[in-house]
Design a protein around this ligand. Structure first.
Ligand SMILES: [Zn+2]
Ligand SMILES: [Zn+2]
Ligand SMILES: [Zn+2]
Length: 195
């Protein structure tokens, strides 16, 4: 499996709804997601009562969009290639792609999300986790957190220094040789199929 089973639930869950169990408490908004239970979002009271020893990540909001802190998500997911932002002095990334108000102008936009085409600030490949998951599905890259693999990029080619070739033009051009390319003598007539 390329993506952990909880990822799609996380991306499709709705957060910041009022917890039905704890609606009479001040902090009852559901902004937690449990990777072990892999179910709906829940509130901080649910967490302490039902998910105490589970892997829980907290969802935050930025301009009405769900974000997660890089420090939390990178422990469980390979987030390479996803655009991150610093919001309230914490580095975060968006869960899902955001609807774009403006169509990309095409000028001076050098980095675009591979999936939704949103312009990115830096040479990232995806605007959000959702777009990365989509890219994973299309290309088969893994998004699961794995042991770090050191990949050494082999540099090919190199310098041409010291390999200056002398072009010798003295030799007389060799007499034109008959090309050995086989010429087909016309196209063989195919016997008509059938009758
Ligand atoms: Zn609750
Ligand atoms: Zn749980
Ligand atoms: Zn995107």
């Amino acid at each position: 499996m390329l993506a952990p089973p909880w990822l799609e639930s996380l991306l499709s869950a709705s957060f910041f709804t009022v917890c039905p169990t704890h609606s009479d408490t001040p902090r009852s908004e559901c902004n937690m997601f449990c990777l072990d239970c892999n179910k709906d979002a829940f509130c901080i009271y649910c967490r302490s009562s039902r998910h105490q020893d589970h892997s829980v990540i907290q969802i935050r909001r930025s301009s009405y969009h769900d974000v997660v802190r890089v420090s939390e998500i990178q422990k469980v997911l390979d987030i390479s290639g996803v655009q991150t932002y610093v919001i309230n002095s914490a580095r975060v990334l968006f869960l899902n792609e955001r609807p774009q108000l403006k169509a990309p102008t095409g000028k001076a936009v050098s980095h675009l999300c591979k999936i939704c085409g949103r312009s990115l600030l830096d040479p990232y490949r995806f605007c959000s986790l959702g777009c990365k998951l989509e890219g994973v599905k299309r290309n088969g890259d893994a998004i699961k957190k794995e042991e770090e693999e050191e990949e050494e990029e082999e540099e090919e080619g190199g310098s041409y220094e010291g390999s200056q070739r002398e072009i010798v033009q003295d030799t007389p051009p060799s007499p034109p040789r008959h090309t050995n390319s086989r010429r087909r003598k016309g196209i063989p007539q195919r016997a008509p199929l059938g009758s």
